[in-house]
Design a protein around this ligand. Sequence first.
Ligand code: ACO
Length: 333
Amino acid sequence: MKSKILGMGHYVPEKVFTNDDMAKMFDTSDEWIQKRTGIKERRFVTESGVGASDLAVPAVKMACENADTDVSDIDAIIFATLSPDHIFPGSGCFLNQKLGLPGVPALDIRNQCSGFLYGLQIADAWIQAGMYKRVALVGAERHSAGLDFSDAGRDVAVLFGDGAAAAIVGPGDGTDTGSGVIDIEVHADGEGAKLLWIESPTCTEWEWLDQSMIDRRATYPAMNGKQVFRWATSKMPEALRSVLARNGYTIDDLDLLVPHQANRRINEFVAQKLQIDPNKVVHNIQKYGNTTAASIPLALSEAIQEGRAKEGDLVAFAAFGAGFTWGAGLYRI
Ligand code: ACO
């Protein structure tokens, strides 16, 4: 049986950091950030002791409310994040405890900006196999804890924001035409692994964290922005074309494209390449920056809440991120 998203939810921290706030910390400007990325502001957690699993709690509760489901009905958790609370155990275990779900399995996945698509593919397969009935698929990030707020890290620090979103995935209505997942494809190419990564702490050395790693700022994310841009604008359209063709649809059949929010310029480039009506493309990067695994579900949750994604709509998802990983999906609302 096809799976469907029974309800979506999202949560972002209250504290807004504008581009001007970023310019107080290092050498940048509102003009540079907006022109290159489309970002105006992002949300950051400012309290200590708050991790991705904490941001996920209200997102899951909202998703359950929208799904008309009790939190206690959740029978599996998939937690997508690149900024886990701790190196181990996975944030899914912390979330399991915070939701009061002892015994419910919790799987962490590490697919960065493509995490929601990888997770939805797994949830869909579990539901189709009859293994679970209410999967909480979560994307949550607390990037603010790991960004280099100095001139050296300004290319990356301006891009990211904190946030969480969740989908409760369950069985569809049993028809081929009803609401639900139509198809998802995901990919990876480790050739790009070091083009967007955090080198340390690393379990490839005798000490996973030493002073030299800190001194050369290897503990902060590093990115080859031009390569990421080039790959993203090639792989997202490729995956979208592939998933549409395999299912007998064309670009014109799409009602909405909900892409990963890495950079507004990337998404405008992808839309132009595919000749998608710009009005059909969802952008919220101006408000939240890049929230990585939370980005697609956050944009979808808002689009549903605002009535922009309506019952019967054909929605496409597209993602590209560290790994490199990428993918595309088709979904009937
Ligand atoms: N503020 C001001 N100036 C900056 C900043 C900043 N925050 N960051 C870099 N610069 C400077 C650089 O130092 C450089 O200065 P120089 O010419 O004196 O050497 C100048 O701006 C141009 O730098 P470039 O790196 O060439 O800038 P570019 O036009 O490539 O834009 C950007 C950088 C926005 C990162 C771009 O490469 C890009 O969009 N890449 C895609 C990466 C992306 O979106 N990543 C998101 C995370 S991954 C994901 O989710 C897919």
